[in-house]
Design a protein around this ligand. Structure first.
Ligand code: GLV
Ligand code: MG
Length: 324
């Protein structure tokens, strides 16, 4: 282990993160009673320019009036390059009350962007005497943001999570895409011919580099990596596959752009029965080895290393939080 200790963001369950347009009061209300772990009310790209003021007022009212239960509540404000962001931040903090947990900032490109919004949030928070410190969710969704992901992730103690905004990212790097967050059949390789001369097309994951980059930037700064949208909400299997490959890479959750996607994200990002049984068995083996004064821990004839024990502890802690 390095002598450098990584401070971890406050722990939150973040399997599903529901995006809700701030312009639609009915959807704001439904989201509060949903099964999403995190709800973010959107003032940015889901809201038309002429609806920005009304959406802001709707969101402020919802934050004051609705019962969110145990959920984490967030608001996505507009970008730093717009005339809307300062007003979003000020109104939401001044008038939204204490229930808000996080603010989500889109299209973050540099560490200086985070510094600037931290200054604004800190001023407003102090001025209104807020009791609970607001955390930041930062969307990495441009070439600039990805290039600066490490510095961005470490730029404020308010940072809690990095999100992969695949739609804007694709536009920023001028990628050829067929649908939001899905694969493109042209991103593939052709196998060599087998004995009969047959060849196969193997699809690749065109988002792999960006996702891996975000996981490393997030984890090396103690933040949660969260995968962004999958556009085709009628394709459950497609969503599951995209979510699973994020989970395998180390992501903690995925956006739901439609309530239908909430149970899919919750299912994929909860530890499975099998994974949990193994994690619990590892912890029992560790306790037994300790009681017997043995340094090495073994399970089913295989040595268990310290990294596996830590992973098992983390998984059991999450399961306890989820009540599984
Ligand atoms: C999310 O904001 C995205 O651009 O994918
Ligand atoms: Mg975006």
């Amino acid at each position: 282990m390095s002598f450098t200790q990584i401070d971890q963001a406050p722990p939150r369950v973040n399997r599903s993160e529901l995006a809700v347009p701030g312009s639609n009061p009915r959807m704001l209300e439904k989201a509060a009673g949903s099964d999403a772990d995190v709800v973010f009310y959107d003032l940015e790209d889901a809201v038309a320019p002429n609806e920005k003021d009304q959406a802001r007022a709707n969101v402020v009212a919802a934050l004051n009036d609705l019962d969110f239960g145990e959920k984490t509540v967030s608001v996505r404000v507009n970008g730093l390059d717009t005339p809307h962001m300062y007003r979003d931040v000020i109104d939401v903090i001044e008038q939204g009350g204490e229930r808000l947990d996080l603010i989500m900032f889109p299209k973050i490109g540099t560490a200086a962007d985070v510094y600037a919004v931290d200054m604004l949030v800190t001023q407003v928070e102090t001025a209104v005497g807020r009791q609970k410190r607001l955390g930041f969710e930062l969307i990495i969704e441009s070439a600039l943001g990805l290039a600066n992901a490490d510095a961005i992730a470490g730029a404020s103690p308010r940072n809690e999570s990095l999100h992969f905004g695949v739609a804007d990212y694709a536009a920023s790097i001028k990628a050829s895409t067929t649908q939001i967050g899905g694969p493109n059949p042209l991103y593939a390789v052709l196998t060599d011919p087998d004995e009969a001369g047959a060849r196969e097309v193997h699809w690749g994951d065109m988002w792999h580099y960006a996702m891996s980059r975000i996981v490393v930037a997030a984890r090396s700064n103690g933040l949660r990596p969260v995968d962004g949208p999958f556009g085709d909400f009628s394709d459950d299997d497609g969503y599951r596959y995209q979510a699973n490959r994020g989970k395998v890479l180390g992501f903690e959750g995925k956006w739901a752009i439609h309530p239908k996607q909430i149970p899919l994200a919750n299912e994929v990002f909860s530890p499975s029965e099998q994974e949990l049984a193994k994690a619990r068995a590892i912890l029992v083996a560790m306790e037994n080895a300790k009681a017997a004064g043995e340094g090495a821990v073994a399970l089913d004839g295989k040595l268990i290393d310290l990294a596996s024990i830590r992973q098992a502890e983390a998984m059991v802690a999450v399961a306890e939080k989820l009540g599984i």
